[in-house]
Write a protein that binds this ligand. Structure first.
Ligand SMILES: *Cc1c(COP(=O)(O)O)cnc(C)c1O
Length: 475
């Protein structure tokens, strides 16, 4: 399987070649040349498989430059009961992504049982093992530089900790994260994890990452890389739980299913789109946004209108607070019949700060055939939904999952099971839970008191030169 760019300007590449890079050189995103199909016989066999074996079947369809036995070792090592052990009482951690049924035909798929209690662990843990494997084979090293306001950075650190040939330099805004988030990241004692608290906001951290990455000489010399959400391997890893969720919510492969997905950068739901293109019987993909409704607007109207950072709301489902959706280009490539010239034309407008409008084009009619519907949810909706699910089902959900429950209920099809993707545990957003329910969410036993552990972090002014000097000194 070779990988091509959505903008058409890159020679087909192997999986290992695109694994360590970010964007394609022409500014596009990598996608497989075509989507491998799943036969009825395969689907029948897959229904019975444990998570790591199912993951291997799917990875093998997309990766042909890592020997099957090595890929098996990587999948077995990634999807263990031990890594994903933070599940609800009464659920089986061996399921990796256990299903919780709220009402007949309405379920939650727990994707937040990994080390950082958010769904990014599902893909990031695999990425850590793939990076280590490919770097070892090639005798290379990488220094990952990132900026985080919470979830992504901690998932990356927990995935890369202790890995050979990988160092992580993670910038976070000093004093702006919750005590729990700080403790999660800064208490890591691994030599290859470097936490840098920047005296500024998240945007300052991101600006520093951009400035360092734009210095081509520094970037090459210190082998600077990234693990951002446009990485194809992250989307690939996420395809697996759509299959797992389908099998868990249905009895036979003649049935269809719907998924409701709390969306920000379109990474999670992009994997659902790919699963559907492979032949998984998905009747509906319900895209839920919070107040930052760029994607809801597109799926309702056909107009894609990214916002400026000044027009981006800070909400109580913060991991969905985006101004534009970095993975969305992958879907649009498929929507326009995989014509890179059309994608180039549309993104010449987006990259210049503009928008595009498909209303008067033939693509508008095609849009309906991809199974997407959408809706948005507000802070008031989140409070109501958290409280309603708690009262009716005695199940506590986090703010992002609440957005997907709210919008999922609006688009429920009778006779088709709805699977809501649960992307974080409530303990990560305790303030809003307190507001909705008047009580504190519980937390897994082993995480009690992590705020008291010794922390390793360097505080620094928002100064590119200082950050570069630290990287140089540590590499
Ligand atoms: C990242 C994240 C999301 C959004 O996922 P995308 O892939 O960006 O659409 C939703 N919920 C939580 C908890 C997240 O961390």
């Amino acid at each position: 399987m070779k990988y091509i760019s959505t903008r058409g300007g890159s020679e087909p590449q192997s999986f290992s070649d695109i694994l360590l890079g970010g964007l394609a050189p022409d500014g596009g995103l990598y996608l497989p040349e075509q989507y491998p199909q799943v036969s009825a016989a395969e689907l029948a066999e897959w229904r019975e498989l444990p998570y790591h074996a199912l993951a291997l079947r799917i990875l093998q369809k997309y990766i042909d430059d890592i020997p099957a036995c090595d890929l098996k070792t990587l999948a077995d090592r990634t999807y263990t009961e031990h890594t994903y052990r933070w599940c609800r009482p009464g659920r089986d951690a061996a399921d990796i992504t256990p299903l919780t049924t709220l009402a007949p035909g309405f379920h939650l798929l727990e994707l937040s049982n990994g080390p950082t209690l958010a769904f990014k662990d599902m893909a990031m843990q695999l990425l850590g093992n793939l990076f280590e494997y490919v770097l070892d084979k090639r005798g290379q090293t990488i220094n990952i530089l990132g900026a985080t306001s919470g979830d992504t950075g901690s998932a990356a650190e927990y995935a890369m900790r202790g890995k050979h040939n990988v160092k992580v330099f993670m910038l976070s805004p000093h004093g702006k994260m919750s005590a729990f988030q700080r403790a999660q990241m800064y208490s890591l004692q691994d030599e290859n994890i470097v936490n840098i608290a920047i005296e500024g906001m998240f945007d300052d951290c991101q600006d520093i990452v951009k400035a360092v990455s734009n210095d081509a000489e520094f970037k090459a010399r210190y082998k600077i890389g990234a693990v951002n959400s446009i990485n194809w391997a992250r989307v690939l890893a996420q395809i697996v739980y759509y299959f797992k969720g389908y099998f868990a919510a249905t009895r036979s492969n003649d049935e269809q299913v719907a998924f409701s997905v709390p969306s920000g950068n379109f990474g999670n739901i992009c994997a659902g789109h790919v699963a559907r293109m492979m032949g998984l019987p998905i009747a509906r993909l319900v895209l839920a946004t919070n107040e930052n409704d760029v994607l809801d607007e597109f799926f309702r109207t056909g107009v894609y209108r990214p916002r400026g950072t000044a027009d981006t709301y800070v909400t109580s489902s913060p991991s969905m607070d985006i101004s534009k959706a970095s993975n969305f280009e992958r879907f649009v490539f498929d929507l326009v019949g995989r014509d890179p010239a059309v994608v180039r034309d549309l993104w010449s407008k987006v990259d210049a700060g503009g928008s595009f409008d498909l209303r008067a084009t033939p693509y508008m009619a095609k849009l309906a055939s991809f199974g997407f519907v959408s809706g948005k949810s507000t802070h008031a909706d989140r409070l109501l939904t958290i409280s309603d699910v708690w009262q009716q089902h005695q199940v506590m959900i986090d703010t992002h999952t609440a957005d997907a429950v709210k919008v999922g209920r609006e688009h429920d099809l009778s006779g088709v099971p709805m699977v809501v993707l649960e992307t974080a545990q409530p303990v990560k957003f305790a303030e809003t839970i307190q507001e909705a329910l008047g009580c504190e969410p519980g937390r897994p036993k082993a995480l009690e008191g992590i705020e008291l552990l010794p922390q390793r972090v360097q505080v620094m002014p928002a100064d590119v030169g200082r950050v570069k000097a630290l990287i140089a000194a540590r590499c």
